[in-house]
Design a protein around this ligand. Structure first.
Ligand SMILES: Cc1cc2nc3c(=O)[nH]c(=O)nc-3n(C[C@H](O)[C@H](O)[C@H](O)COP(=O)(O)OP(=O)(O)OC[C@H]3O[C@@H](n4cnc5c(N)ncnc54)[C@H](O)[C@@H]3O)c2cc1C
Length: 414
C-alpha cells in the first residue's frame, strides 16, 4: 500500500519533513505532497540584516519547489480548510486532497491589523515591521534617511517568531548609528510586554546588561494597545505613552487563517495544540505539527523546527508502522544573538533548562554561551549556508542533535 503523506506549508518545517521522509520511503511506498500558497521561500533570519543594508531581499529568497527532492509533489494553492473527519484538505481552487498522515507546517504570520492604529497614518512611513520582506526592505530606506531622533523597537505581544530578533535589531541599530557617526543624536528605546529583556531570568539579566551598556533604554511590562503614527507614540492599555520618530514594531502573531476554518484543529490564535514531546496533534492521531504552527511552549525558531524534524520523521514512520511514538522532543532551541560590531551571543536551551553560560556543544565546545564573541557572529553568518544546504535538504548537523547537550553549561551564582 502507498501511504499518502500531505504536508501543509513549504517553508522551513514543511521542506525539512518532505526531504527527510523522501529518504525514509521510496516513491512506491509513500506519495509526498507539499502545499503552499506561494513559491518564494524566504530565509527569515536574513530579514534582520536587510534594514541595515547588510544583505538584500534578492539574496534571501529562493523558489520553494527547488528546495524539494525529486518525487515530491509541490502544489501551489492557498489552503482553505482541513476536514479531519474525512481525512481531507480543501484548497482554494476547489481541489480536495486526501491524506493518511497530515503534517501541519504553515508557520506563524504577523497580524498588524489587530493593533489599533498600527497600519493607520504613518504605516510604512515612520512605523515599520522587519518581520516581512516588504517591511524589512522599506525600513532600510527609512533608516538611511533617519539622521537623529527617537527610534523605538516594540514587541506588541508574545509569542513571536525568534524572540531574540527584536533585541538583535536594537543592538544592530546601536552599531549602525555608531557606524554612521550619529549615535549621539539617536535615542534607542526597547519596549516589551515582558518584565525584562527576555523571558528566561539568566539570559534576561545578560541581555538587559547589554542594553544598558549600549545606552538603549528598556521599557518593560508595556502592553501596546494603540500605535498613533501621526502623533508618533505608542500607547499601552494602562495609558502609558512612549514617543518615537521612527518605530520598528513586531506585531501580534497568529497561526494561518485556514486553521480557524478547520473544525477542532486550532486554538483561539489559530495555533495547533500538540503533544510537547511527540508532536502529534490533539485534533487527531494522524495529524502532526512542526515549527511555528504549533502551540508548543518551545521557541518559534528555525533551530526548533530542525530539531523537531528529526523526532517527527521517526514518529511518522512509527505511526504508519503501527508502533508507539517516540516522545523524545525536549524543546531544544539554539539561537545566535547578533549584538553588533561583528559579535554575537549564543543561547542553547530546552523546556527544562533555561539559557545558561558555558560552552557549546558540550564543555569542550568552541562556542561561548551567553557571551559575546566573534566566533558566534561568524556562526550566525554561516547559518544561512547551512540552512539552504543542510537543514532544508534534511541532513543532520555535525555534532548537533535534537536533544540538548546537557554538559558545558553552568548556573551563575546568585
Ligand atoms: C525576523 C526573523 C528573524 C529570525 N531569525 C531566526 C534565527 O536567527 N534563528 C532561528 O532559528 N529562527 C529564526 N527565525 C524564525 C524562523 O524563520 C522560523 O521559526 C521558521 O522559519 C519556522 O518554520 P515553519 O516551517 O514553521 O514556518 P515557515 O517557514 O514560515 O513556513 C510556513 C509556510 O506555510 C505557508 N502557508 C501559510 N498559510 C498557508 C495557507 N493558508 N495556504 C498555503 N500555504 C500557507 C507559508 O507560505 C509558508 O511557506 C526568524 C524569523 C524572523 C521573522
Amino acid at each position: 500500500m502507498t501511504h499518502k503523506i500531505v504536508i501543509l506549508g513549504g517553508g522551513t518545517g514543511g521542506t525539512i519533513m518532505a526531504n527527510r521522509l523522501r529518504r525514509v520511503y521510496d516513491p512506491t511506498e509513500a506519495e509526498i505532497t507539499v502545499i503552499d500558497e506561494n513559491d518564494s521561500h524566504v530565509y527569515q533570519p536574513g530579514l534582520l540584516f536587510v534594514p541595515f543594508g547588510l544583505t538584500h531581499p534578492e539574496d534571501i529568497v529562493r523558489p520553494r519547489q527547488r528546495q524539494l527532492h525529486d518525487d515530491i509533489t509541490f502544489t501551489l494553492c492557498p489552503i482553505d480548510r482541513v476536514d479531519k473527519s474525512a481525512n481531507e484538505v480543501h484548497l482554494n481552487d476547489g481541489a480536495v486532497v486526501p491524506y493518511d498522515v497530515l503534517i501541519i507546517a504553515t508557520g506563524a504570520t504577523v497580524l498588524p491589523d489587530e493593533t489599533e492604529g498600527l497600519t493607520g497614518p504613518g504605516w510604512m512611513e515612520k512605523v515599520f515591521t522587519f518581520y516581512t520582506l516588504p517591511g524589512a526592505a522599506a525600513l532600510e530606506g527609512a533608516l538611511a534617511r533617519f539622521d537623529g531622533g527617537r527610534l523605538v523597537v516594540n514587541v506588541v505581544d508574545m509569542p513571536i517568531k525568534c524572540p531574540v530578533a527584536p533585541l538583535e535589531f536594537a543592538f544592530l541599530a546601536d552599531w549602525y548609528f555608531h557606524d554612521r557617526g550619529i549615535r549621539d543624536d539617536v535615542e534607542i528605546t526597547y519596549v516589551t510586554p515582558l518584565d525584562g529583556a527576555f523571558t528566561k531570568p539568566v539570559a534576561a539579566q545578560t541581555l538587559g546588561g547589554l542594553l544598558t551598556e549600549k545606552g538603549i533604554e528598556l521599557v518593560t511590562e508595556f502592553n501596546t494597545g494603540e500605535v498613533d503614527g501621526a502623533a508618533g507614540k505608542l500607547i499601552s492599555y494602562d495609558g502609558r505613552e512612549v514617543p518615537f520618530d521612527l518605530a520598528a514594531v513586531i506585531p501580534l502573531h497568529g497561526g494561518s487563517e485556514y486553521v480557524g476554518r478547520s473544525p477542532e484543529l486550532g486554538d483561539e490564535l489559530n495555533f495547533v495544540p500538540a503533544d510537547n514531546a511527540t508532536l502529534q496533534s490533539e485534533a487527531a492521531p494522524n495529524i502532526f505539527v512542526i515549527g511555528d504552527a504549533s502551540n508548543l511552549p518551545a521557541s518559534k525558531a528555525g533551530s526548533v523546527t530542525h530539531f523537531e524534524g528529526e523526532v517527527l520523521t521517526e514518529n511518522v514512520r512509527r505511526f504508519l508502522a503501527g508502533q508507539e511514538l517516540d516522545a523524545s522532543y525536549d524543546g531544544h532551541a539554539n539561537c545566535f544573538i547578533e549584538t553588533g560590531f561583528k559579535k554575537a551571543l549564543l543561547i542553547d536551551f530546552n523546556y527544562e533548562t533555561e539559557p545558561l553560560p558555558g560552552h557549546f556543544p558540550g564543555s569542550a565546545g568552541p562556542m561561548p554561551l551567553l557571551k559575546e564573541s566573534r566566533l558566534n557572529h561568524l556562526g550566525k553568518l554561516m547559518f544561512q549556508w547551512f540552512y539552504w544546504h543542510a537543514l532544508l535538504p534534511g541532513r543532520d548537523m555535525p555534532g548537533i542533535k535534537a536533544d540538548m547537550p546537557a554538559g558545558g553549561k553552568h548556573r551563575p551564582e546568585a
